[in-house]
Design a protein around this ligand. Structure first.
Ligand code: AMP
Ligand code: MG
Length: 351
């Protein structure tokens, strides 16, 4: 399949509509798949009301069919057409965080969406992205758009159009290139059907920010690494993994260097994920700086590009710094633990 490509400069003000998007919107109406930028990561969109269209997303990504898709909307009134009921907490959160990186899981209205979107669940995750190009495209298509991240299943999510091309060129109808995404990790998925809302996936809106608005919020026990089954079906799959194994280093920079040296001695090509603060202290074959420890937002923004960069360099093993599990750090650590398959090396175990 030929994959069409459009470049859209999101900073150019076109009263919210971009003429370059007309063809992309038309393809969505014709039940084709189109990748587009959002403020979190690139999404692979299709008409959420059509089985045929949604099926193409699962095929292009190689995504297991039991993993439901998030539906993207551009107007609040679209939510009323898709949700059976909208809890009060959802209304407060929409006002505070939409458009933005917060997905609300609500009871789905029967018949409003393709059953493949919800993977047979009676709930659906819905969000309104905070990106002028995404909003314009959804409005032009005039449809609710199902859109998971636009990567092959299991790979790090795409934060640049180039990442989408690497994974999906020839498999989808088009790619809208709107430059780098921004937040860099996916939306927070919050189940608001429970009395105390539950975070099913940490993301761009933090637990602290949610609690400021609605009081107590719980973390799905499946996220805590205790072996409990995660409630979001997608969270049980391996994800975000580069080709080489990743180890999370719980210890000092000197300990990280010791680990790297031990592998170099064995003749392995080593990689390291570090921050600006530590990069001068670490020597490995490939040293990738993912951001500043003093500003975890910068780490979130560049994490997936950093993880992807090792594949081209053919490293054998990757060691990564870890981050405090608070604010956006919770989302960063969730993604890093998945990329590493929860493998840790701990200084206190070795000394
Ligand atoms: P992605 O589409 O790659 O951003 O991943 C979406 C995540 O949201 C996956 O982990 C899904 O399992 C989860 N998700 C989507 N819809 C629902 C839902 N109705 N209930 C629970 N989790 C959901
Ligand atoms: Mg994904």
């Amino acid at each position: 399949m030929e994959t069409k490509y459009w470049v859209v400069d999101k900073t150019v003000e076109n009263s919210g509509s971009y003429p370059q998007l007309a063809e992309a919107a038309q393809l969505l109406k014709e039940k084709q798949t189109v990748a587009f930028p959002t403020e979190t990561v690139y999404g692979l969109g299709a008409d959420a009301t059509s089985d045929e269209a949604v099926d193409k997303i699962f095929k292009a990504k190689g995504r297991p069919s039991d993993n439901p898709l998030i539906v993207h909307i551009a107007e609040e009134k679209q939510l009323e057409e898709l949700a059976e009921e909208i809890p009060e907490t959802a209304k407060v959160l929409m006002k505070a965080f939409w458009p933005g990186p917060l997905t609300l899981v609500v009871k789905v209205k029967k018949g409003a969406l393709s059953k493949k979107v919800t993977a047979g669940l009676d709930t659906v995750g819905i969000r309104m992205p905070r990106h002028p190009v995404a909003l314009a495209l959804i409005r032009l298509a005039g449809l609710p758009i199902a859109a998971p991240s636009a990567n092959r299943s299991g790979k790090p999510s795409p934060t640049l159009a180039r990442h989408v091309r690497e994974d999906l060129a020839g498999k989808i109808a088009g790619i809208v290139d709107g430059g780098e995404t921004g937040v860099g990790v996916e939306s927070t998925v919050l189940d608001v059907t429970a009395k105390v809302p539950v975070i099913l996936r940490p993301g761009g809106v933090t637990k602290e920010q949610l609690e400021e608005r609605i009081g107590k919020v719980r973390l799905d026990p499946g996220l805590k690494g205790t072996g409990a089954r995660p409630k979001a079906p997608g969270m049980k799959y391996t994800h975000y993994a580069p080709n080489a194994p990743v180890y999370l280093v719980d210890g000092s920079t000197a300990f990280m260097q010791q680990m790297i040296d031990a592998h170099r001695k064995k003749g392995e090509v080593t990689g390291a994920i570090v921050t600006e603060e530590t990069s001068g202290e670490i020597r490995a074959d490939v040293v990738a700086v993912c951001g500043r420890r003093s500003s975890l937002e910068t780490v979130a923004r560049h994490l997936y590009d950093t993880l992807r960069s090792f594949d081209a360099q053919k490293v054998d093993v990757i060691f990564s710094e870890i981050f405090p599990r608070e604010g956006i750090g919770r989302a960063i650590m969730n993604r890093l633990e998945k990329a590493a398959g929860h493998r840790y090396v701990k200084e206190k175990d070795v000394q």
